[in-house]
Write a protein that binds this ligand. Structure first.
Ligand code: G6P
Length: 618
């Protein structure tokens, strides 16, 4: 995944500076190289290199371009085709340096197109798939098409996923943006300036008025205005609805925190409070569909998949049906013809753009048409996932910039909790006052997290200081807390670069326990639920082998506390209502543990190596 940004204006402003700020706000999407192009006096001016934006800016002053430039395109890259080098960085140009393109996505047929263009004499200098786009456009323009129609023709030849923005040295008043499966949003400051970007925060300091481009649509940006076309019918403008963004730029800036990740963990209480207000109607719709489904699958990737594991556990408490959780990359291959009519798929994705998830859903829809329903939970309005879904719940986490998902995980689990309680309501399987107790527990999750964040985090810093940094370790749990263990382990892998495994405490006896030596750290996730007594046995097994026992427990805990070297304590009642939602209230401790660990070993938690926030490649 990469980040793209474009600006075109009639104002006396520095487009280079704004483009630089724009890609800084998109750096979470990729950070191995970057570049900016501006147009002035029928020439393109390009600056690009490999490295992080700040490093490159120090070297070559990325924002300094000829005064009077009125448009700029910028790109921050997460390499797919071709190593992160200066030559492979975007923008890419045609043979005559007239057409510049920035691209997010992957072109699947680029090899055959490249051969075709090379045979016509086009000269390629990078290893990227992107470079074919300016050459294709050049080719069509040499055959007498104007810029817009040449872009439309060229794009129709491209297979794969793309969000692209394009400018031309001889068209000072135009930027063209096109999308298929990779997001493009357009922002407008009426009459003055227009923007396009991979994500809204990139232009949020300037405007909250935007349009979401759909697949196979093309936006032709002029200063302060835009026209939309279907790629296949580039002569007839089409109407699109304006979106007004509710949140402001503070939501997407660090606001005094050292890192986005830390800020976003501290935003969890407010994100949960907003998500608790999801409309009853949509929750009811989800509940009814799940109740009448023959088969139910839940699918996602990464952190969203672990939210699915927690959610499936919570929902099955109130629904007498098994929910199969399948990683989205395995969905088609594992289900194949076993996916039958009247199935329901719950699809979960922070970004709504993860390509493996989109493909899984698309495959299911193509296979069974209307006989399969897709219920999706995502944080991004208008994302690709929403277009393939029958019903959508939007979590209210607000923008999440840190690459490692934190607040969105909590809001996903909470949303699934709300759906579960709606099912309980509908099925009347519990007395009303019993259901109300579950609701009370769910509604208390923001307060419990707030209390922990305000009072109890010093212990996490102490644990990090005392951990032997060369050690790997385990997060062990049973039942619903397995999701917490896996997500906690994932956070440490992602941002602290340690091999930490979230594993079943019972299953760990069948192999992993052989790794345990004196002082090998094991973190047990231990809410006082129905698995607690057996977990005590597991704690003893690992302690007997010299393991250093760290436990995550409720404040009143006694037994596991006595067996532990260190405890992390969550201030919540010890009863089944609160236990059911412990995946929400226990996870901040593990997110913060990963955060402090990452900072302690000198890593940047916001920009973990090799990762991108949204993965739009297979
Ligand atoms: C990437 C990110 C993870 C995220 C996963 C799924 O791997 O690095 O943090 O959990 O994608 O993303 P989604 O947007 O579908 O939830």
């Amino acid at each position: 995944m990469c980040g793209i940004f474009g600006i075109i204006t009639n104002q006396e402003i520095s487009v280079g500076k704004i483009a630089l700020e724009g890609i800084k706000r998109l750096e979470y999407r990729g950070y191995d190289s970057c570049g900016i192009v501006t147009q002035y006096s029928s020439k393109l001016y390009i600056k690009k290199d490999a490295g992080k934006i700040d490093e490159i800016h120090k070297k070559i002053k990325l924002d300094e371009f000829p005064n009077g430039a009125k448009l700029a395109l910028a790109h921050t890259r997460w390499a797919t085709h071709g190593a992160p080098t200066k030559l492979n960085s975007h923008p890419h140009v045609d043979c005559h340096n007239k057409i510049a393109v920035v691209h997010n996505g992957i072109l699947e047929n680029f090899i055959e197109l490249k051969e075709e263009l090379q045979s016509k004499g086009h000269n390629f200098i990078s290893e990227t798939d992107t470079e074919i786009i300016p050459h294709l456009i050049e080719d069509y323009m040499e055959n007498d098409l104007d810029f817009k129609n040449a872009v439309a023709k060229a794009i129709q030849r491209c297979e794969g996923a793309y969000g692209v923005a394009i400018c031309h040295a001889d068209y000072p008043n135009t930027i063209i943006a096109v999308r298929k499966e990779s997001p493009i949003v357009v922002g407008i400051e009426e009459g003055n300036t227009s923007y396009c970007a991979s994500d809204i925060p990139a232009f949020l300091p300037y405007t909250r008025t935007c349009y979401l481009l759909d697949d196979d649509e093309m936006a032709v940006l002029k200063p302060g205005s835009v026209e939309f076309f279907d790629v296949k019918d580039s002569n007839v403008p089409k109407k699109k609805a304006i979106q007004k963004i509710e949140w402001n730029i503070d939501a997407a800036e660090k606001g005094g925190y050292e890192h986005f990740m830390l800020k976003e963990i501290y935003e969890e209480p407010s994100a949960l409070r907003r998500t608790l207000k999801i409309s009853k109607d949509i929750l009811k719709t989800f509940a009814k569909i799940l109740w009448s489904a023959k088969n139910i699958y839940i699918t996602a990737a990464g952190t969203s998949f672990y939210a699915s594991l927690a959610g499936k556990f919570i929902i099955t408490k109130f629904l007498d049906k098994y929910i199969e959780a399948i990683e989205c990359s395995e969905f088609q291959i594992q289900l194949g013809d076993a996916l039958k009519e009247d199935s329901v798929i719950i699809a979960i994705s922070q970004s709504g753009e993860t390509i493996d998830l989109i493909e899984a859903i698309r495959w299911a829809k193509e296979k069974l048409k209307n006989r399969v329903k897709v219920l999706s939970i995502t944080n991004v309005v208008g994302s690709t996932l929403t277009r393939y879904s029958d019903h959508v719940i939007l979590t209210q986490a607000g923008p999440e910039i840190g690459v490692a998902a934190t607040k969105t995980y909590c809001t996903q689990v909470l949303t699934l909790g709300l759906v579960a309680l709606e099912i309980a309501d509908l099925r009347k399987i519990l007395p009303d006052n019993e259901i109300e107790k579950y609701y009370d527990a769910l509604r208390s999750t923001p307060d419990i997290i707030e209390d922990f964040l305000n009072n109890d985090i010093e212990i996490l810093k102490k644990i990090v200081k005392n951990l032997e940094k060369t050690h790997n370790f385990f997060f062990l749990a049973r039942g619903i807390s397995l999701a917490t263990a896996k997500e906690g382990g994932l956070k440490l892998k992602e941002i602290a670069c340690r091999f930490i495994e979230g594993y079943s405490a019972a299953h760990a006896k069948h192999g992993p326990i052989s790794l345990v030596r004196k002082d090998f750290p094991i973190i047990f996730i231990a809410p006082p639920d129905e698995t607690y007594d057996r977990l005590v046995g597991n704690v003893m097994e690992f302690k007997a082998r010299g393991g250093k026992i760290i436990s995550l427990v409720v404040k009143s805990d006694k037994t596991i506390t006595d067996l532990s070297d260190i405890t992390i304590r969550i201030n919540q009642p010890a009863n089944k209502y609160y236990n059911l939602f412990s995946p929400i209230t226990f996870i901040p401790a593990l997110q913060l543990l990963a955060y402090f660990y990452s900072v302690d070993v000198g890593l940047d938690p916001d920009q973990p190596q090799n990762l991108a926030k949204t993965v739009t490649v297979h």
